[in-house]
Design a protein around this ligand. Sequence first.
Ligand code: NAD
Length: 280
Amino acid sequence: MKTPDGQLSVTLNTGDQIPQLGLGVFKVDDDVCEQIVLDALEVGYRHIDTAMIYRNEAAVGRAIASSGIARDELFVTTKLWNSDQGATATPAALATSLELLGLEYVDLYLIHWPAPLRDEYVASWWALEEIHQQGLARAIGVSNFEPEHLERVLEEGSIVPAINQVELHPAFQQRKLRGFQEPLGIITEAWGPLGQGKYELSELPGLTEIAQAHGKSIQQIVLRWHLQEGVVVFPKTVRKERMIENLSVFDFELSPEEMTALAAMDADRRVGTHPMDGNW
Ligand code: NAD
């Protein structure tokens, strides 16, 4: 796909481009999600991150259909839920997602959690490889995978995941995991890029000053930091003015000193579930 003029993109190991900034729709109810996605598409978003478990794929699909935007100008990600893991359930789950989305293919299909107690993520990965070969997912990847889970997929699979989508924000920067996966060509996506609002970004030392220096909000500074780190982000908001704010991060640049100051904000502060515990 072609990323809209003025926005940034990252090249996946498939050769396809992913718009580096999109909209996440976690916890957006199906009945409001259609309008929210329409608003996002109207203000210039072309990348939507959903999941089967968000129960809003049908609304995302309705918004895409009524937007009139060409399919190849959009990047749509959805995810395989834990209870659908395994050789036979995985293709059936994707078929349901595609039906709900009203799409013939997704741009990216992810295993949502390794769910290690189920021990089905390798079999699910083999199913994703087949899904990719059938053209039903242009790229395949994983989410919440620790190095040990990636290692098994690399050893037992034949395709390198394009993406690992993990919790990542200034107080939790995932340096070790990224040092493992990025040299393998696995792109890092950040979920909770703004810390899910679970801590005050303004409490991070020096962030407010950097924002003032650029005439930007602290959220815009954090999103710009992700972009300059090479990370893909899709902050969630249901408010149109915040969608515009979050997308207005392509017209300035953080200096190397400012990037260093942000790197120093890492505090190993996880705000979500540890991947080993996501066995629902
Ligand atoms: P986030 O860090 O995007 O934070 C969302 C919160 O920030 C919301 O409360 C919103 O009101 C607020 N916010 C957004 N823009 C703002 C702005 N400009 N100013 C002030 N506040 C602002 O957290 P998230 O929604 O959890 O993560 C983003 C996306 O990541 C999700 O929507 C989902 O698509 C994905 N995700 C994936 C997983 C996974 O396990 N793979 C887990 C969580 C989220």
